[in-house]
Design a binder for this molecule. Structure first.
Ligand code: HEC
Length: 243
């Protein structure tokens, strides 16, 4: 999920990754490598030819807006959650009590959108950050410092009273709410397994606008020709009947 992505990664990184993620991974970027492993080595297509830098920045601006003001109702359907595993249900309750005042899975609030966060960081990092984010920031963690600065140095309250087990439940809930198991994962998520497959198999450049316009043109031509033939026939019939 791409919520808050502009605040989680630097623009140069995003540009390089979208153009050719495999390059970034091959260069040993730890974040990219973790993501690649978490997504079972599925390859994101390269867009270095299809998209200019300008196009990519347009997409990123769109994501920034969409994260703050999603067009579709982004919240998770409770009836789906209720039928999920016990940890997920417990995690949802804890999330509602402790995190929801600042966070949503699909949308940026006071804090970043948390969609797919379990695939971006190790469990240990997440537990340490959730227990005491300021400690992680003070330890010099580059990512935590960048995020803190991008969120105008807003302080996430320490959650040391939560046990590792409780934090794990919260993370399982976040994972569930981010995944295709949840059909309502929202605009920033996959809406369903089918829509995910579609987007992953058909690269965006395959259905070019030129091709679409060509077929539209042919359709309009045939429709106009058929209409003309009808008009001629009606006129002829009219004349015939008249005399
Ligand atoms: C008072 C508001 C607030 C509360 C409550 C809060 N957070 Fe945060 N959280 C933030 C802010 C702000 C950030 C961005 C980093 C920063 O400013 O330190 C953040 C960052 C994070 C991150 C890092 C996200 C990323 O993509 O790297 C995680 C994970 C996180 N929070 C999880 C939680 C969880 C889980 C809870 C509930 C147990 C929680 N937060 C409660 C404000 C909050």
């Amino acid at each position: 999920m791409l919520g808050s992505i502009n605040k989680k990664r630097k623009p140069e990184w995003l540009l390089a990754f979208i153009k050719n993620s495999q390059h970034v991974i091959a260069n040993g970027d730890i974040y990219a490598l973790r993501l690649y492993n978490a997504y079972q080595h599925q390859v994101m297509p390269s867009f270095s030819k299809e998209l200019s830098d300008h196009d990519i920045y347009d997409v990123l601006s769109y994501l920034e807006r969409e994260t703050l003001f999603p067009k579709q109702i982004p919240d998770i359907n409770n009836s789906v959650i209720v039928s999920a595993r016990a940890e997920v249900v417990e995690g949802m309750q804890l999330f509602d009590q402790q995190c929801a005042s600042c966070h949503s899975v699909v949308k940026e609030n006071y804090g970043p959108a948390l969609g797919s966060v379990t695939k971006r960081h190790s469990r240990e990092w997440l537990i340490a950050f959730i227990k005491n984010s300021q400690k992680v920031i003070r330890s010099g963690d580059e990512y935590a410092i960048m995020l803190f600065n991008n969120f105008d140095k807003k302080v996430m309250v320490p959650m040391e009273f939560l046990s590792d087990g409780e934090i794990n439940s919260i993370l399982q809930y976040i994972e569930f709410a981010s995944s295709s198991e949840n059909p309502d994962a929202g605009v920033n998520g996959r809406k369903s397994i089918t829509s995910f497959r579609k987007t992953s198999v058909v690269a965006p450049h395959m259905e070019s606008p030129e091709k679409k316009h060509f077929f539209k043109g042919i359709f309009i031509f045939v429709a106009v020709a058929a209409a003309l033939v009808h008009v001629i026939l009606i006129v002829k019939l009219f004349r015939y009947l008249q005399g």
